[in-house]
Design a protein around this ligand. Sequence first.
Ligand SMILES: Cc1ncc(C[n+]2csc(CCOP(=O)(O)OP(=O)(O)O)c2C)c(N)n1
Ligand code: SF4
Length: 430
Amino acid sequence: MSNIFINDQGLPFCKGCGHSTIANNTEKALAKLGLKPLDVILVTDIGCHGIIDKSFNTHTVHGLHGRSVALGAGISAGITNPDKKVIVFIGDGGATIGMQHIIDAAHNGYNMTVVIHNNMLYGMTGGQPSEYTPMGFKTPTKQAGSTKFSYDICKIVAAAGGTYVRRVMGIGDFSDALSEAFGRPGFSLVEVMEICPSYGVKSNPEMKLSKVVENAGLATEVIADLPAKHYVTDRREALPSLFSPSDVIPAQAGTRLQAETSTHGELRIMMCGSAGEGVQVAAELLARAGIRAGLQVTKKGSYPVTVGVGFSAAEVILSPEAINYTGTVTPDYMIITSRDGLDFGKKAAGRMKSGKIYLDESLESPVTGAEIIRFPFREKTGARNASFMGVFYFLHDTNLLPVEVMVNSFNENKISKKVSADQFLQLLSA
Ligand SMILES: Cc1ncc(C[n+]2csc(CCOP(=O)(O)OP(=O)(O)O)c2C)c(N)n1
Ligand code: SF4
């Protein structure tokens, strides 16, 4: 059988590691089902078993420790093509940390297969016991042997509603067990029993895998075999795609930015003010204006967890090209409308060697290489509208985007019921 799932990089594990046996059996099981590599989404967890993903020709996603099942469930929920197969590889350590995710995925009936690589310890970090380490099994950090009985994850998952649940010994050919699980609609799980040679076998030279499993009372058999319970959610109908609730902002006008950014590539605008003073809304309106002008745009907000007090800052990037990094280390322009905003934005202002800072007249100038332009934003429009005034002032001064696109953005927002864009435009022409 030709290896179409495993590439020629070879398997990365220590000699004799059961993880290699699982990878080879997975390859065989997938081939038996006639699947193609790109029909499979392999989600791996943190741990030795997880470094397999570079060896597989399938789609691969690497999760945080214990979270791969949640990732797999999300992927499964988002896939409407039933021919695609989500497989999650997780260690006994990850299955300990993320046990609730496994139970919930079974309970909700996500269409996926979880393969637990139970080598009886946390391999990658040197052999700590997991909650699946059998009582009496020694590990480098528990040399007298584990004093707790181990969980029977198969029974737990069967009780939670898993449709096909099975435990196998991780030796020889167990590809039929895997292909049975992979071929099943609904949630399936296979726990593969192995002993990590580097830490487990060394710590328990006298123990045989079969004896360890038997003594732990873990049956190597099919534990659940039920008709598939399909994952059902009314959210799928309400929200077929994460993009579906997004409104489409029509491109409306040409822009000067192309010329302006010919040396920069993109323009970074940082707005700094206080909580409750409309900084985030003003930045969003500027971002929407940029989209209306046919540009690529990102917008990012920063504020303390106590959202009702302290600074509120936003970064908007406008670019004629795709924006690959959304952070702003040194802005090209800053709009600073309050004391909190100045305290927060001082460092960024200090990094500016050029560009402009639009600063509320009540504030002292920060140390900066940028040109400082003062305006009484707060006094003229009140603190709540100072950020909107700041954006209109900035566009009026730079002429980077046609003012109409900003006015249209503004009028679309419910803020326009409280204050009119004309009020800002009149102040600018005064
Ligand atoms: C939340 C979290 N806790 C701890 C770690 C540290 N860590 C990295 S690998 C690992 C052991 C993995 O053991 P297991 O999941 O059993 O996989 P194996 O290495 O045995 O294949 C640990 C504890 C981590 N990365 N993330
Ligand atoms: S340390 Fe253990 S689990 Fe990790 S690759 Fe080596 S044998 Fe396998």
